[in-house]
Design a protein around this ligand. Structure first.
Ligand code: C2O
Ligand code: CU
Length: 501
């Protein structure tokens, strides 16, 4: 079968998704289709129902020395690798995951993107006490929606160590019409190279200089205009200035590009690639040399498939793509957006003989059509029912590099007024990025809809961009909304979204 006819078949299969919703299980199995039941309508329970399948796992957060494929770095990780161990469940399963904290610091785990019970969300001071050094905490929750997720601490800038790992929730109705599945985790790496992420944050704050007196009056407006430097160049710059930190390495699945992870398959095989950006300060452009990618899911939720040359992944975003492989050795490249130092992320795809491309390979696809989330449309099965909002909240993303201070709605987290919502409401969030940097905005415990209807939990907002996000308030609790640049978040770019009677 040729690549083209496979692709045609795939698109045809996805077109049948709506028919499959009526319970037709004999539809041609031609690609991932959304869960037959769609997203679970009610709040996922905090305790297992009788007969519910239980997935149990223990994660040990601990100091470790990692070999990144040449450089060795002292860091913190879940077990002996970064990314840490895959957690895998089927939608509707109950997860019982014990965190053993062997770090010399408090920590927690946040299950990024999962519409889980609030008590399991992992936000210290909001949903739980931090897990102290030597302590343990058991996270218990139902994973209601299939998709590609990940998990990481919600304490300080620990995410920028090796503390991250994929979480895959399989669709029980997934036809699985692909030959292989690869989980591809992107990261920017600094820990153990003479600096820790805590050092990086301290330096950002020190270099930003003192805050002007007069409280938060300086926040907002065009803050960050001074920081147009390294994002420059002549290429189209949809994200303007995209990062604050200079990293020595960019990793794919924990490897530097001189010793890349290698995925093996046979020519003609169709592969589902699950891309996760676990970086703290880096937007990547991802491409597979010699191939186009058919994007099927965004942040776990199905989309109308689109074929692209490359795609942008902001911090915390995930995309799934299908690709039919050619014969040879191909570079899977994660090019850091707007960063000129530290090279790039690289993995290899090998289906035949041939010379492996070098660490600086630049596939032509990087200059082709690059997908923006706003180009995608949701699969019909996951569209929010149309309804006018019951409530509107405004979110103004503000801040600057000098002083290094970020906030939402006029103040950093802790000083800003939390947003509130009532259970059952359709909430519109009018988000305005009032800065000259791009921010990946992430909401806990829910998946919002972009104006196109696209369902996501993390969305990139370019400098001065506004976007109306809508969500159904169906998961009672106290939740975070924040920038997933972990340095911005830690410097204050977070706000609470609290359910109130
Ligand atoms: Cu992945 Cu609150 O974050
Ligand atoms: Cu930010």
């Amino acid at each position: 079968m040729t690549g083209m006819s496979r692709r045609t078949l795939l698109l045809g299969g996805l077109g049948l998704g709506a028919a499959a919703l009526t319970g037709c299980t004999s539809a041609p199995a031609a690609g991932p289709v959304p869960s037959a039941s769609g997203p679970m309508p009610t709040l996922p329970p905090a305790t297992p129902r009788p007969g519910q399948r239980i997935v149990e796992q223990v994660l040990t957060a601990k100091p470790v020395t990692l070999d990144l494929g040449g450089p060795t770095v002292p860091t913190w990780a879940y077990g002996d690798t970064a990314p840490g161990p895959l957690v895998r469940a089927t939608a509707g399963d109950f997860l019982r995951i014990r965190l053993d904290n062997q770090l010399p610091a408090d920590t927690t785990i946040h299950w990024h993107g999962i519409r889980l019970h609030n008590k399991a969300d992992g936000v210290p001071g909001m949903t739980q006490d931090p897990v102290p050094a030597g302590g343990s905490f058991t996270y218990e929750f139902t994973a209601p929606d299939p998709g590609t997720y990940f998990f990481h601490p919600h304490v300080g800038v620990q995410l920028d160590r090796g503390l991250y790992a994929p979480l895959i929730v399989d669709d029980p109705n997934e036809p699985g019409a692909y030959d292989a599945e690869w989980v591809v985790v992107l990261d920017d790496w600094v820990d153990g190279t003479g600096r820790t992420p805590d050092d990086v944050l301290a330096k950002l704050i020190a270099d930003g200089g003192p805050a002007p007196s007069g409280g938060m009056g300086g926040m907002g407006g065009m803050g960050g205009m001074d920081h147009g430097g390294h994002g420059g160049g002549n290429a189209p710059q949809p994200w303007g200035d995209a990062g604050d930190v200079t990293y020595p390495y960019f990793l794919i699945n924990g490897r530097v590009p001189t010793a890349p992870a290698t995925f093996e398959a046979k020519p003609g095989q169709r592969v589902r690639i699950r891309l996760i950006n676990a970086a703290s300060d880096t937007i990547f452009t991802v491409a597979l040399g010699g191939h186009r990618l058919t994007v099927t899911h965004s942040d776990g939720f199905p989309v109308e498939p689109q074929e692209v040359d490359a795609l942008y992944l902001g911090m915390g975003e995930r995309y799934d793509a299908l690709v039919t492989l050619d014969d040879g050795v191909f570079p899977l490249v994660a090019r850091p957006f707007g960063k000129t130092e530290g090279g790039q992320g690289l993995a290899l795809v090998r289906t035949g003989s041939g010379q492996a491309p070098g660490p600086d390979v630049s596939p032509a696809e990087l200059a082709g059509r690059i997908l923006l989330a706003t180009d995608l449309r949701p699969h019909e099965s996951v569209r929010l029912p149309s309804r006018s909002p019951d409530a509107t909240a405004h979110m103004s993303l503000e801040g600057s590099m000098s002083p290094y201070r970020w906030g939402i709605n006029g103040a950093p987290f802790g000083q800003n007024q939390p947003l509130t919502v009532r259970e059952g409401q359709r909430l519109r969030l009018n988000v305005m990025n009032m800065t000259m940097m791009t921010h990946p905005l992430h909401l806990h415990g829910h998946t919002f809809a972009l104006p196109s209807g696209l369902r996501k939990d993390t969305v990139l907002l370019a400098p001065m961009q506004s976007m109306a996000l809508e969500l159904d308030a169906d998961n009672v609790g106290d939740w975070m909304v924040h920038c997933h640049n972990i340095y911005h978040a830690e410097a204050g770019m977070m706000i609470g979204l609290l359910y109130r009677g």
